[in-house]
Design a protein around this ligand. Structure first.
Ligand SMILES: [Zn+2]
Ligand SMILES: [Zn+2]
Length: 188
């Protein structure tokens, strides 16, 4: 379980007070292949650098840092793979994952964080770094992945990648709205 951060390892000063833990780790892209499901819309394409400070705050832990790597995506138009650089800062508040509310307590009253930190959960005294990074990657994904803004996509007739090849398919597909307009003009 290399991608876990054990919260019990948070260092202590001689006096007994907790000090913030600085995490600085690099994961190889291959480490993600093993854990990533087939339904992911990205592939980790470079070593992942994770840097964060973990600060204990009562029962909760505050994790502030950034994660940087390169992700490989598939262009939504031409289906060719392309890479994007990711360098995402994050600020998370980890609270213990409580499966069943303890009996006898006035249940349901969940402490709401006063600040706008994103809440995440830890269990068994550890933070799942794989999940943390996965979430940051998903947040960094473009709404519409395009290899380039001007990508011409595939020919709807023969499937040729119109960025590189010119196919013999004719006529060119025309926008129905333009066709209607052309019809109006022709009538004059
Ligand atoms: Zn493309
Ligand atoms: Zn074609």
């Amino acid at each position: 379980m290399k991608m876990q951060f054990d919260l019990r390892q948070l260092g202590r000063h001689k006096g007994g007070s907790l000090r913030d833990e600085h995490v600085d780790r690099t994961f190889q892209a291959s480490e993600f292949d093993a854990s990533v499901g087939t339904d992911e819309e990205y592939k980790v394409a470079a070593p992942v650098h994770l840097e964060m400070d973990v600060h204990k705050d009562g029962e909760a832990y505050r994790a502030t840092g950034r994660v940087a790597t390169k992700l490989q995506l598939e262009c939504g138009r031409c289906l060719e793979p392309f890479e994007i650089a990711v360098d995402s800062p994050f600020e998370l508040r980890y609270v213990p994952l409580v499966e069943v509310p303890p009996a006898g307590e006035d249940g349901g009253e969940r402490e709401v964080a006063e600040d706008d930190l994103t809440t995440a959960f830890y269990k068994e005294d550890s933070i799942d770094l794989g999940e943390l990074m996965h979430e940051q990657f998903v947040l960094a994904l473009p709404m519409k992945p395009l290899c380039k803004e001007s990508c011409k996509g595939l020919c709807v007739h023969c499937g040729a990648n119109r960025n590189g090849e010119t196919c013999a398919c004719a006529p060119e597909w025309t926008d129905p709205r333009l066709a209607a307009l052309k019809g109006l003009l022709d009538r004059k």
